[in-house]
Design a protein around this ligand. Structure first.
Ligand SMILES: [Zn+2]
Ligand SMILES: [Zn+2]
Length: 245
């Protein structure tokens, strides 16, 4: 068969499936455009984060702040990563899609989530110097078995497909930590200490790394991962997530 026929057949196949199973919005179950997981109204409920926001953690602030600034939280904490970038808040449609993807095992939603994640690469903070490897935040193997997949790894692969930057699955989570949200910040950091290790035979020396996760909440998890990667000789560690709290 001529290779030029394949896209035409794929399109015809999708049109046929659209008739059999009309595309439904994953959030409101209304009609969605062909090949999309959200209807236009639900897509609008996922607005892009706009300036002003903190240069380190991307926390948006209301009001009239001119030029780059760092929030008081980041001034106090000295993260091991240079910055954490997300283009969406974890609210409304975004929160719902991430929830269905992660806890409901709806893997096809990775397409939309990957699109939002890819938009982080347009941010000047991630453009220079160029990110050389995508490092997914690991799950403990017991949790991975329970869930069946690591959502951060799937998202890193989506971003890799869109950007050409290779995935380097170089971290291992050696401690099964209790749910982070149950702790205050000090307890949370203590709980994570020593939870991550560099995998054997994986080198990160002199590489500019981009850590990938689904949501940035307190930053404690990616901070601990970044600490391990910097200690192993990485040139820099930045963070990209689909959304931030
Ligand atoms: Zn909808
Ligand atoms: Zn901040």
């Amino acid at each position: 068969m001529s290779p030029s026929l394949l896209p035409i057949l794929a399109q015809a196949g999708r049109a046929f499936l659209d008739v059999l199973y009309p595309p439904q919005c994953a959030v409101c179950h209304g009609a969605a455009p062909s090949g999309e997981v959200l209807c236009e109204a639900c897509l609008e409920k996922a607005p892009r984060i706009v300036a002003p926001y903190c240069q380190v953690c991307s926390q948006p602030f209301a009001g009239n702040i001119k030029g780059p600034f760092t929030c008081s939280d980041c001034n106090e904490r000295h993260f091991a990563f240079a910055c954490a970038v997300a283009t969406r808040r974890s609210r409304d449609s975004v929160r719902e899609l991430i929830h269905q993807f992660k806890y409901g095992g709806k893997i096809p939603l990775k397409k939309q989530l990957g699109r939002w994640l890819s938009e982080t690469l347009e941010d000047p903070r991630l453009r220079e110097p160029r990110c050389e490897r995508l490092v997914p935040v690991p799950l403990h193997h017991a949790r991975r078995r329970e869930r069946g997949f690591n959502q951060a790894h799937i998202l890193a692969e989506e971003l890799s497909r869109a950007s050409g930057i290779p995935v380097l699955d170089c971290l291992r989570r050696t401690r099964y930590t209790a749910t982070q949200t149950a702790f205050d910040r000090a307890a949370r950091m203590e709980n994570l200490r020593g939870a991550f290790h560099l995998r054997q035979h994986r080198a990160v020396t002199d590489l500019h790394l981009l850590l990938i996760d689904d949501v940035l909440t307190t930053g404690s998890t990616v901070d601990e991962c970044a600490r391990v990667l910097m200690a192993a000789g990485a040139a820099s560690v930045r963070v990209a997530t689909v959304a931030r709290a």
